[in-house]
Design a protein around this ligand. Structure first.
Ligand code: NAD
Length: 460
C-alpha cells in the first residue's frame, strides 16, 4: 500500500490541519494549479486506470473514457469558472440599512473526507475531489476496497502527485472507513448505499460534521406510447446495461403503457443484439459483476417473475446476460431492493395515474426517467412525483451536465454536487455586513422611551 497507514490517521489529519492553517489553499491560483496537476496526473495514468477498471469490472475501454476518465470535463469546468465562484458576491440591503453594505464570501471548510463506492470507482472518487480542491480544502479520500485495482491506482496517483499534508488516500475497507469516521472532519462526502449512508451520518453527528450523502435506490423509467420506439429502446438499453447495470442512476425498472409493452420488449431484444451481438458473453463491450457476493444476490433475483429475455449467467466469469423479467410482483425481492445489475423488470400500467401512484408509494428515487413527447404528461409527472433528478426521453445523460446539480432527495441522498454545486458543497458561505461611521441614528438604542411608534411604523 502506497497510502497513509491506518495507524497514522490521527497524525495525517493533524498534518492536514497544519497545512490548512498556512492559508495556502485559500489562494485561488494555488487551487487552479492543483486542479491542473490533477488533470495532468489523470492523463499520465490513463492506461493504468483503464487496466484497473478492466481488472475490477471488465469495464470496456470506451466506457472507462466516457464515464470515468471523462471526469476531466469536471476539472476543466472548475478551472474555467473558479475565479468567478470565489469572488465575494454583493447582497442587496433594504432602505432602512442604507448605511450598510452586505457581501457573501465563500470560504473553504478545512479538512474533508471523501468515501467512494466500487461501481465507478475512479470517477466517483475524483469528481468530489475536484469540488474539495476548488473550494480550497485539504482532503482525505477513501476509495472502495471492493474495486481493489482501481483503489490502488487512485492511491498511487494521489501519492505521486500531491503532498499528503494536502491530499492523501487511505486504502481499506469497513475498518479503515470506521477508523476515519472516528476522527473529526469539517465535511464528509459519501457515495454508497442507503444503509451505510445512515452509519456515516450517525458517525458525523458525534462532531456535528455536515454530510453529503450520494445514495442509491430504485429509479423508475416510465414509457408512454407517444415516443420514437427505436430511439427509446436504444437509450434504455444503454443506460441500463452500461457497466452491466451497476450504475446508481440506471433505470431500475420499467413502467410501461400496456399498449406499447410488446413493441417495447421486442425493441429491447433487438437492441441487445445490436449492442452486444448474439452472445453478450463474447462481447468486448459488456462488463461483469464486481464480486461473487453481488453476483449471487443478482442471480437470486432471476427467481422472481418470468425471464423473457436473457437470464443466462456464468458464475466463474461473474457474467449475467442483459435480462428482462415480466410478471414481477411488487412484493418480490427484485422490486424491494435496488437491483444494481443487468436485470430489468417490466411493469405495465393502463393509466399514468397508476404509475405515478406506484412511484409515490416508495422512497424517493435518485433519478426518474420519462419517455413521452406529450407535454401534458411531462408536466403531470414532473408535478406529481419527487426524485433527485429527472431525465426526459433519455437515460443517465443528466449526470454529464456540469450545470445541473446532481444528488438525491429523501432516501436517495442529502446534498448535491457537480460544477458549481461541488464548489458550494465544500464551501461555507460567510455573510458579512459592514456599517460606516458617517452617521449613527439612535432609534434602536436605549433608552427606548418614545421609540415604539417609530419601530411599529418600520415594521409596517
Ligand atoms: P457501500 O455503501 O457498500 O460502500 C461505500 C463505501 O463505504 C466503501 O468505501 C466502503 O468501504 C464503505 N463502507 C461500507 N460499509 C461501511 C460501514 N459499515 N461503515 C463505514 N464505511 C463503510 O456502497 P457500494 O456497494 O460501494 O456502492 C453501491 C451503492 O452506492 C448503491 O446503492 C448505489 O446506488 C450507490 N451509489 C450512489 C451513487 C450516487 O452518486 N448517488 C453513485 C454510485 C453508487
Amino acid at each position: 500500500m502506497i497510502t497513509t497507514e491506518l495507524s497514522n490517521v490521527g497524525d495525517i489529519i493533524q498534518t492536514q490541519r497544519d497545512f490548512f492553517k498556512t492559508g495556502k489553499t485559500k489562494d485561488v491560483n494555488f487551487r487552479i494549479e492543483q486542479l491542473k496537476n490533477l488533470r495532468q496526473a489523470i492523463i499520465e495514468h490513463e492506461e493504468s486506470i483503464v487496466e484497473a477498471l478492466k481488472a475490477d469490472l471488465h469495464k470496456p475501454t470506451v466506457e472507462s473514457y466516457l464515464t470515468e476518465i471523462g471526469v476531466i470535463k469536471e476539472i476543466d469546468y472548475a478551472i474555467k469558472y473558479l475565479k468567478t465562484w470565489t469572488k465575494p458576491k454583493k447582497a442587496p440591503v433594504s432602505f432602512d440599512f442604507f448605511s450598510y453594505s452586505a457581501r457573501i464570501y465563500p470560504e473553504p471548510l478545512g479538512v474533508v473526507l471523501i468515501i467512494g463506492p466500487w461501481n465507478y470507482p475512479f470517477q466517483l472518487m475524483i469528481s468530489p475531489l475536484v469540488g474539495a480542491i476548488a473550494a480550497g480544502n485539504c482532503t482525505i479520500i477513501k476509495p472502495s476496497e471492493i474495486a481493489s485495482h482501481t483503489s490502488a491506482v487512485v492511491a498511487k496517483i494521489i501519492a505521486k502527485h500531491f503532498d499528503p499534508a494536502y491530499i492523501t488516500a487511505v486504502e481499506g475497507g469497513v475498518e479503515a472507513s470506521q477508523k476515519l469516521l472516528a476522527e473529526k472532519f469539517d465535511h464528509i462526502f459519501f457515495t454508497g448505499g442507503t444503509a451505510v449512508g445512515k452509519v456515516i451520518m450517525a458517525a458525523a453527528a458525534k462532531y456535528l460534521t455536515p454530510v453529503t450523502l450520494e445514495l442509491g435506490g430504485k429509479s423508475p423509467c416510465i414509457v408512454d406510447t407517444d415516443i420514437n420506439l427505436e430511439h427509446t429502446v436504444r437509450r434504455i438499453t444503454w443506460g441500463k446495461f452500461i457497466n452491466a447495470g451497476q450504475t446508481c442512476i440506471a433505470p431500475d425498472y420499467l413502467l410501461v403503457n400496456k399498449k406499447i409493452k410488446k413493441d417495447l420488449i421486442d425493441g429491447l431484444e433487438k437492441s441487445f443484439k445490436e449492442f452486444y451481438g448474439d452472445n453478450p458473453a463474447n462481447s468486448p463491450d459488456y462488463a461483469r459483476i464486481i464480486s461473487q457476493k453481488h453476483f449471487d444476490r443478482l442471480v437470486n433475483f432471476l427467481k422472481d417473475g418470468e425471464v423473457i429475455i436473457g437470464g443466462e449467467n456464468q458464475p466463474s466469469e461473474r457474467y449475467i446476460a442483459p435480462t428482462v423479467i415480466d410478471n414481477v410482483s411488487l412484493e418480490d425481492s427484485i422490486m424491494q431492493e435496488e437491483i444494481f445489475g443487468p436485470i430489468l423488470p417490466v411493469i405495465e400500467y393502463t393509466d399514468i395515474g397508476e404509475a405515478i401512484a406506484l412511484i409515490n408509494s416508495r422512497p424517493k428515487p435518485l433519478a426518474l426517467y420519462l419517455f413521452s413527447q406529450s407535454k401534458n404528461l411531462q408536466k403531470r409527472v414532473l408535478q406529481e412525483t419527487s426524485s433527485g433528478g429527472v431525465c426526459i426521453n433519455d437515460t443517465v445523460m443528466q449526470v454529464g451536465v456540469s450545470s445541473l446539480p446532481f444528488g438525491g432527495v429523501g432516501d436517495s441522498g442529502i446534498g448535491n454536487y457537480h460544477g458549481k454545486a461541488s464548489f458550494d458543497t465544500f464551501s461555507h458561505y460567510k455573510s458579512v455586513l459592514q456599517n460606516s461611521f458617517w452617521l449613527d441614528l439612535k432609534w434602536r438604542y436605549a433608552p427606548y422611551e418614545g421609540k415604539l411608534p417609530l419601530i411599529k411604523k418600520f415594521l409596517g
